[in-house]
Design a protein around this ligand. Structure first.
Ligand code: NAI
Length: 588
């Protein structure tokens, strides 16, 4: 049976797993820790090895769910590569909730196929702990005519390693390690191992990985496992229990190193292509506990990510989505909004769904009423709902014009207006508008969309002033992200990289209590951030303010009029009027 290529993008999980300090200690013993690293083995002040993360994910049977989803041939799969990104230290007990999806399937021809999946794990304390990117090497599934994986070779410095740490797994090591969950016979049953072509049972790859993780901590962040930020590697060869390994570590820059684990006697590379990043974890100070957020169009794309991320950081969220088609047609359905609410609840968050249409004043009132009825207030509004009806201008029928303005522009007004009343009364509010590069800079075939998106900047400009004395901050995001709005516009490889998740840090920051700015516009996509602004040139005076200058006089001075040298930003209409007046005032 062939690989299921349609599994790309399919969600996996959520799957939950409870663990206690005993699971943490068993893992540490399984990967060779003992009295010399008591902090991983004694429940008093227990620390958790960061590599526990991957063992705990795989223990919750992710590999079998992944295999089932992608239909890989189980007879030929190997754990090929493993990347772990650590967001927060792992507590010594709790419940882990892991969700993920298949991100890529690559074809390596005769050699097989690579199946890549990415998972996020959140702890019952609400914190995201780690992201795990697993690459399965499927020896029997290649040759289906798909793209090859991009080359990914780590360059090792041409010098002696900065650290060499030896580890000697005992002859019985797999017997302990398997108790953490991976009970595959290959690691315990001599007959099975022989059948599979080995002299005797072999080490679990992830057990050797745990030895490597301990070695990296000893070399780079001694006694401080919480300072590990990322660990990436490729599993290269098998190892027999009782054979010593050395982990070689080269520091390559501030907080960065490359590493490999080799057989101490033969020098064979057991784990290679290793990278490691380390340093202080930035504390999760952007929190929304006790805040109520309304996110429109949150059933998919960017809105869904905003809703999830806000909820993970403590917000109670109204997930609004009409559930219509991309062009806004159809009667709508409750399923997208409800699905996101279910996702939030499964993560232990609080959310309610709302299916109203932002394009009508009644819809806007009803969305805010949902927040008030469910949670008693509203602190944050993210105006995100959107549709597209692209056509060149002469073919743009009034209904295509009107529908796009109704959702984007009127929608933001309809929802923000009733929320603004509540925010003024309580003296607190955060409002986000969603503009677009099409509005800020222009795009063919999008007169309706560009006009609506730029109009939202005007709405922000006036609202930032009306909200100023009530601590209501109004900012605008211009996102660039993969969603159904952009699926046929972006090239496929770019589409894969433009995850909506990349936009949420800016949106969350602008929604946060500590947000210091109002009236700003930010372009955000794929980890790139910058600010866009309306900038006004220095200008020049033609004549004396009494006689009207002629068009010819204007043309003669066009350079002075047009130049943006010494351009400035005005925060209020009065600043600009004052600027004109000042141009005629006698100079000191
Ligand atoms: P999306 O199509 O995945 O999400 C938009 C959501 O809005 C949909 O789930 C849809 O059902 C909902 N919606 C549409 N009309 C609605 C209405 N009348 N009432 C309630 N919900 C409604 O699209 P994406 O990309 O996540 O877009 C989010 C926002 O970001 C939109 O305002 C879009 O214009 C803007 N944007 C997106 C860019 C991108 O690169 N994805 C670029 C620039 C702006």
């Amino acid at each position: 049976m062939a690989l299921n290529l349609d599994s790309i993008g399919k969600p996996i999980g959520p799957v939950t797993k409870e663990y206690t300090w005993k699971d943490v200690v068993l893992y540490a013993l399984g990967v060779g820790a003992g009295f010399q690293e008591l902090e991983y083995c004694y429940e008093k002040d227990l620390k958790v090895l960061p590599s526990f993360s991957i063992a705990s994910i795989l223990n919750i049977d992710f590999l079998s769910i992944l295999a089932e989803t992608t239909n890989v041939n189980l007879a030929g799969i190997l754990h090929g590569e493993q990347e772990l990104i650590f967001h927060n230290p792992i507590p010594s007990e709790g419940t882990l909730t892991t969700t993920g999806r298949v991100t890529d399937i690559y074809d390596k021809g005769d050699r097989g196929a690579l199946v890549v999946a990415e998972f996020d794990t959140v702890h019952s304390n609400g914190k995201k702990l780690y992201t795990s990117i697993i690459t399965l090497f499927s020896r029997l599934d290649g040759g289906f005519g798909g793209p090859d994986a991009p080359p990914k070779e780590v360059a090792f410095p041409d010098r002696e390693p900065d650290h060499v740490i030896e580890g000697v797994p005992t002859r019985d090591q797999p017997l302990i390690y398997r108790l953490t969950g991976d009970v595959f016979q290959l690691h315990v049953d001599p007959e099975f191992a022989k059948m599979a072509g080995f002299e005797k049972p072999i080490m679990h790859g992830l057990c050797t990985h745990g030895y490597a993780c301990r070695a990296l901590i000893q070399s780079l962040v001694p006694g401080r496992p919480e300072r590990m930020r990322r660990m990436n590697c490729r599993f290269s060869k098998t190892l027999y229990p009782g054979e010593a390994v050395k982990t070689l570590v080269w520091k390559t820059g501030e907080g960065r190193a490359v590493w490999k684990t080799v057989h101490s006697e033969t020098g064979a590379e057991i784990i290679t292509n290793g990278e490691c990043e380390y340093g202080d974890v930035i504390g999760e100070t952007v929190r929304f506990d006790d805040r109520v957020a309304v996110v429109t169009g949150a059933g998919a794309g960017l809105g869904r990510v905003y809703a999830l991320e806000l909820a993970k950081r403590g917000a109670r969220v109204v997930v609004n989505d009409l559930g219509g088609a991309r062009d806004g047609s159809g009667n709508g359905t409750s399923s997208p909004a409800q699905a996101v609410v279910n996702e939030i609840r499964e993560l232990g968050g609080e959310a309610v769904a709302n299916f109203d249409n932002v394009a009508t004043p009644e819809g806007g009132e009803s969305i805010i009423k949902t927040a008030l009825d469910a949670f008693g207030t509203v602190d944050i509004v993210i105006n995100n709902a959107g549709i597209l009806r692209d056509k060149s201008f002469t073919k743009m029928e009034p209904d295509n014009w009107g529908a796009v303005l109704a959702v984007h522009l009127n929608g933001a007004c309809n929802v923000t207006r009733p929320a603004f009343k509540v925010m003024k009364e309580k003296g607190y509010g955060r409002v986000i508008m969603t503009t677009s590069a099409a509005g800020l800079y222009g795009n063919f075939g999008q007169t309706n969309y560009s006009a609506a998106k730029m109009a939202l900047v005007g709405l922000m400009n006036a609202l930032k002033i009306e909200g100023e004395k009530y601590n209501i901050k109004v900012n605008t995001v211009a996102p660039l992200a993969a969603s159904r709005l952009t699926e046929d516009i972006m090239p496929e490889d770019l589409f894969k990289k433009m995850k909506p998740e990349f936009v949420s840090p800016m949106t969350l920051f602008l929604c946060s209590e500590d947000c210091p700015v109002t009236g700003n516009i930010y372009n955000v996509g794929m980890g790139f951030f910058n600010r866009a602004a309306v900038v006004t040139g220095k200008g020049t005076v033609l004549g004396d303010g009494k006689a009207v200058p002629s068009p010819e006089e204007l043309m003669a001075k066009l350079g002075d009029v047009t130049t943006m040298d010494q351009g400035r930003e005005f925060k209020h209409l009065n600043d600009q009027v004052g600027d004109i007046m000042a141009a005629f005032s006698p100079k000191a």
